[in-house]
Write a protein that binds this ligand. Structure first.
Ligand code: SAM
Length: 422
């Protein structure tokens, strides 16, 4: 049975903490809505996969994400049919890593399956608000827009509410779309326009969208020149979800990827606040990548490893999205946490945040392909330095209130089609 208080708290906050467990269940839609004042994220658009959706039977044509699911289902079947083979050295290490965390993941999953009230609430998450009437529109992606020669000329128009409180603010502001910091300094959602498409910018949210035209112009496409890393305004929380190469043709068609060596040059130390930063890095389950991060990337960045969080992916009925032991298709991903300090000597004695426990498990129903759950609020209590923490997300596809989002498409999920119609 499940605790009433926990459930009502979940409905408020989007976070359900299981008793005597290191696991939480989160509803990304509720967490994302914390960033917004006037607009609400559309649950039916967010949860376009992993719900035995009404829309599947309603609409005849399959959406892209539904096709994707079918695609991965058929792949899964193929994989399952494969005969077991002898593991090579790297696969053995990966298997050991998996076996080590497996009991924790199973415990977390059992906690979820034991919370019957939560389970019945989960089934309703997709339809918990009035349903959206906006049809997902089709427009060029920002990755494409940022590649054309006209990119430097594109603009974004911020349309402020009449009641806007900024000094002498006019009702509109026009800014370059690419390679400039665009901020909503108000305490309210701001509607913005790009090429006749509408976007919602959360209160206090900023984005810096790089155009890949400039990336290729810059020395060997060095990304670090394109991150506004100023030494006097560092960050206490740095969340990074890099476009790792993983060889899947499907992934390649979704967004461009970069070779590991590019990430070595990310200026993590320059981005770090004088009181230090918590660095949270999403990685895939490839053993080679674990190795690279542990042995090369974190040491190069000056990040000291602290803990691993696991994102366990479930369907609306609470079942795992794939078998736990499926070698190449685990139903979880890892978020590696570490601390970075401006000076090496400070790492030990910097103002200690709440110590971060290892093996915490965050359970949620996934959204779009490769979209990560919003874990910022769960990480904030572990960030060093003064509050409110200064936060940045690198390779972001969405904005968060009070954060800077950097990447080549940080406006992606801010388009009005991802929100409920007014
Ligand atoms: N965290 C995001 C989310 O939850 O939706 C997903 C990030 S995805 C793994 C990586 C992102 O990096 C993609 O948006 C991709 O287009 C972007 N990217 C690829 N190459 C880039 C580059 N050279 N500079 C900046 N961003 C790049």
């Amino acid at each position: 049975a499940c605790n009433d208080d926990e459930l009502s708290e979940f409905l408020e906050s989007g976070i359900y903490r299981f008793k005597n467990s290191n696991a939480v269940f989160i509803d990304p839609v509720r967490l994302l809505n914390r960033s917004h004042t006037r607009f609400r994220v559309s649950p039916s658009v967010y949860y376009s996969r992993f719900f035995e959706s009404e829309s599947k039977s309603k609409s005849k044509s399959k959406s892209k994400s539904q096709e994707l699911e079918v695609y991965s289902d058929s792949k899964k079947r193929k994989r399952k049919q494969k005969k077991p083979h002898n593991l090579n050295e790297r696969e053995r290490v990966a298997e050991q890593r998996h076996q080590k965390v497996k009991p924790e993941l199973l415990k977390a999953h059992e906690a979820l399956l034991g919370s019957t009230d939560l389970l019945s609430t989960m089934k309703k998450l997709r339809s918990s608000f009035q349903s959206s009437t906006t049809e997902p529109g089709v427009g060029q992606s920002f990755v494409e827009l940022g590649r054309v020669w006209q990119a430097p000329m594109y603009e974004i128009i911020l349309n402020y509410q009449q009641s806007c409180v900024i000094d002498q603010c006019s009702e509109q502001r026009v800014l370059p779309l690419f390679n400039s910091l665009v901020a909503n300094e108000t305490n309210d959602d701001v509607e913005a326009e790009v090429l006749n498409r509408k976007f919602i910018l959360p209160r206090g949210g900023c984005f810096y969208m790089i155009s890949l035209v400039d990336m290729w112009k810059s020395e060997l496409g060095q990304i670090h020149n394109l991150i506004p890393a100023e030494s006097d305004c560092g960050f206490n929380l740095i969340v990074i979800d890099p476009p790792w190469e993983n060889g899947s043709a499907h992934q390649k068609s979704m967004y461009p990827t970069l070779l590991n060596r590019y990430f070595l040059s990310l200026p993590i130390k320059q981005l770090t606040h004088t009181d230090g930063a918590l660095v949270a890095l999403w990685i895939t389950n490839r053993e080679k990548l674990h190795n690279f991060v542990e042995k090369e990337l974190f040491p190069t960045w000056g990040v000291k490893y602290a803990a691993t969080f696991y994102w366990l992916k479930v369907k609306a009925d609470g079942s795992l999205i794939s078998e736990l032991d499926l070698f190449h298709h685990r139903p979880y991903e890892c978020l590696l946490l570490g601390y970075c300090s401006r000076e090496v000597s400070n790492l030990e004695n910097q103002s200690a945040p709440r110590p971060v426990k290892d093996n915490q498990i965050v359970i949620s129903i996934p959204g779009d392909y490769s979209r990560k759950p919003p874990v910022g609020d769960l990480l904030l209590e572990h960030a060093p330095g003064p509050k409110p923490s200064r936060c940045i997300e690198l390779f972001a596809r969405e904005m968060t209130a009070g954060w800077i989002s950097w990447g080549n498409e940080p406006l992606h999920f801010q388009e009005s089609k991802y929100f409920l119609a007014d």
